[in-house]
Design a protein around this ligand. Structure first.
Ligand code: ARG
Length: 461
């Protein structure tokens, strides 16, 4: 077999089912541009170590450049007989420069250090693309927050009416986790920026090659300190898979709210036509499929993470072929996020909020009860007593079927002498929201501050 990277000690080739099981070109081909780039760097290292003549280096670099172009254009693609991306590319190089020169490239490297290096390179680029997509979502959220600076909505805990909050405050609560995810991706990159190249199969290289030089050439911060670890660890991949899953979970929580908000029972938002779908039987339907697919894909990304961890958990050192299973889940998580992020950004940016409806519902469920209690505390009443009194206000209002602001002065003082009619200053949702003006609170001044902060981060990153 032309493309095989091994065979000297074998009398027969692999059985068909063996070859089929072993094959990875259908997914590892995305590493091909990285493989060629690393080969260019490796060729220079071989030359530096005196293992390639000037003429051979020139021939090899020319062949690799032509190969890079053929890979990019699709003129070269792996054959049925190629086992993996590395074998296919060596075959292609030999086709271009002949076996005498092409056969020298593999000295001092193994597919084990190669694949660990290329996967890191691919993942570092992917993490940057994903971070950009996440920032676009945060930007869409910030845009909606900026467009609705005064809108008040029902704030909930346990999905039950809790306290009124600003819509912008609630929206920004979905932006902060996403900014932390971007921060996680940048932090991941620091650890991923270590090059396994030069580790060989596991024990390092005897050929006087320079791992630091190749690391620098390939954009890594440094070369690995332990060749066994470098070829067999995949915690960098698991870490990225975790951040991808966390991004999907964060998007899913927001998607879940959009689904609720778009029901007639909530009636908070209308989805744009471009970001919703219809039903094949029910003509009236406008479905929140972007959000539902987000929720669904979050499950899938969690599966990719747990599957990868399970693959890693019992492997002895050093490289085992189990590690070939590391790539598909991570590639898949990236592919799903690349579909999801622009759709969620579009969905959020084009939501129409029904702020009158939200404002009308904001006091429902006696959400100003806490304001009564805290107003009493400001008058010197112990909170225990104030909490009881505010609870009694709720009981009386509920009994009469009215809101807290509709209690009469007589009813109020009967509940507690401290409850003078001045309490009415906090019995509006505007008054309640404006009073929560400590850092991080829902008062307009604080939310504007927060929005500025989010926008600064989005623009900076
Ligand atoms: N395709 C393998 C992987 O993805 C790399 C090849 C290593 N094979 C080997 N027999 N050592 O991990």
């Amino acid at each position: 077999n032309e493309g095989a990277l091994w065979g000297g000690r074998f009398e027969s080739g692999p059985a068909a089912a063996m070859a089929a099981l072993s094959k990875s070109t259908h997914f590892d081909w995305v590493l091909a541009p990285y493989d060629v780039r690393a080969s260019q760097a490796h060729a220079k290292i071989l030359h530096g170590a005196g293992l390639l003549t000037d003429a051979d280096l020139a021939t090899m670099l020319d062949g690799l450049e032509r190969l890079a172009a053929d890979v990019a254009s699709g003129a070269f693609a792996p054959a049925e007989s190629d086992e993996d991306v590395h074998g296919a590319l060596e075959r292609a190089l030999i086709e271009r420069v002949g076996p005498e020169v092409g056969g020298r490239l593999r000295a001092g490297r193994s597919r084990n250090d190669q694949v660990a290096t290329l996967f890191r390179m691919w993942l570092r680029d992917a993490a940057r693309r994903i971070a950009d997509g996440v920032l676009d979502v945060a930007d869409a959220i910030a845009g909606q927050a900026a467009a609705h600076p005064d809108a008040i909505m029902p704030g909930k805990t346990h999905l039950q009416a809790a306290q009124p909050v600003l819509l912008a405050h609630h929206l920004l609560a979905h932006a902060h986790p996403l900014l932390r995810d971007v921060d996680r991706l940048r932090d991941f990159d620091k650890r991923a920026a270590v090059s396994p190249y030069g580790s060989g199969a596991l024990a390092g290289s005897s050929l006087g090659l320079d791992p630091d030089a190749i690391a620098a050439d390939l954009g890594f911060d440094s070369a690995a300190n332990n060749s066994i670890d470098a070829t067999s660890s995949r915690d960098f991949a698991a870490e990225a898979a975790f951040v991808f899953a966390q991004i999907a979970v964060d998007l899913s929580r927001m998607a879940e709210e959009v689904i609720l908000w778009s029901t007639p029972e909530f009636g908070y938002v209308t989805l744009a036509d471009a970001w919703s779908t219809g039903s094949s039987i029910m003509p009236q339907k406008k479905n929140p499929d972007v959000s539902e697919l987000t929720r669904g894909k979050a499950g899938r990304l969690i599966g990719n993470l747990t599957g990868l961890l399970a693959t890693l958990k019992a492997q002895p050192l050093a490289y085992n072929r189990d590690l070939q299973e590391d790539k598909e889940p991570v590639f898949d998580s990236v592919a799903q996020l690349e579909l999801l992020l622009p759709a969620i950004a579009g969905l959020i940016a084009t939501l129409t909020f029904h702020t009158d409806r939200m404002a009308e519902l904001a006091p429902a469920g006696f959400t100003l009860a806490t304001d009564i209690a805290e107003w009493m505390v400001r008058q010197g009443v112990p909170f225990r007593v104030a909490h009881e009194a505010a609870g009694a206000c709720v009981r009386v209002a509920e009994g009469r079927g009215v809101g807290l602001d509709e209690l009469t002065d007589d009813e109020l003082v009967a509940i507690d002498p401290a409850l003078t009619s001045r309490v009415r200053e906090v019995l509006t949702v505007q008054g309640s929201v404006a009073s929560r003006n400590a850092r991080g609170g829902t008062a307009g001044v604080r939310v504007v501050e927060q929005l500025d902060g989010v926008r600064e981060v989005v623009q900076d990153l």
